[in-house]
Design a binder for this molecule. Sequence first.
Ligand code: NAD
Length: 310
Amino acid sequence: MKIAILGAGAMGSLFGGLLAEQNQDVTLLDINEAHLSAIRTQGLILETHGRRRSLTNLRVSRPDKTESIPELLMVFTKSFHTRAALSDVSRVMGPDTTVLTLQNGLGNVELLREFVSLEQIVVGMTTWPADMSRPGAVSSHGAGKIRLMSADGIARPGVEAIAALLNAAGLQCSVDPNVWSAIWEKVAFNAALNSLCAVTGCSVDGIAAVPGGLILARAIVGEVLAVAQAKGIDTDRASCMENVTQAIAKHVGHQPSMLQDVLAGRRTEIEGINGAVVRAAREENLQVTHTETLLELVRLVQARVSGFAG
Ligand code: NAD
């Protein structure tokens, strides 16, 4: 399958690298010149399961320079860059191009719908972690899974083929009609822990420093799941509460991506997480007081560190 990865940062390079290792035809599309040029000269340095190697069989390009039509376009930009990135590649996308999003947050399918029809979109959720240590080098420590389905809910052989491709690359993918539950459950987790850490500067375990930290995190999870329920999406409340409690107990020293973004003076994905939950809650006439407070606090922190005021 001819695969293009749009947004080849930590996640895009990890997925692209693992697929290229299976001799898939992979092109990484990104605007980060330092990253592209490092891959051109030394290959993509990929480290997974403690094994480091250099992959030289990937093509790299700026999105506006690519010429070939991909069969699968995997979108791995931060959600606030999706529209600009898609605008640069829409001219090479055909009616047979499938677009896959495994990005965090809500609203990703709606953004892709501005460029392709719903039946071309595959949506999912992944628990794989990835980091970019320097331009040209990405790593993943730990293991993860992927759950995905057609955005219109219709089972198609093409979706099974994508899952098979990802499985062959060791990415543990299943086609699952309950993907929206998984997406909302991850949004609940991120809305609580990412925002609390971004605002306080605490690592995840630091939230346990005062009793109110865990109470607040669980209250946010409860609010998000109530919105999901109002939207007709069933979630596993007990396991979500357990996951957030366990993360606070065990993720010692872990800085969620939103805290890393704040520390680096970058824009965060708060609008696609807490922001999207607040918008969805309003549509359902629900109050999500804690989620909304954290949204405004992260906006303030973000405005201070990055100058981005929404
Ligand atoms: P990242 O910042 O490492 O990578 C994003 C890439 O997009 C960057 O390389 C950037 O240069 C590129 N980009 C920005 N604008 C672009 C444009 N116009 N055209 C092409 N490329 C452009 O982010 P990431 O950590 O890989 O996360 C990507 C998505 O995956 C996010 O939605 C994130 O929430 C989600 N996610 C991340 C992880 C993780 O562990 N990193 C895990 C699960 C999900």
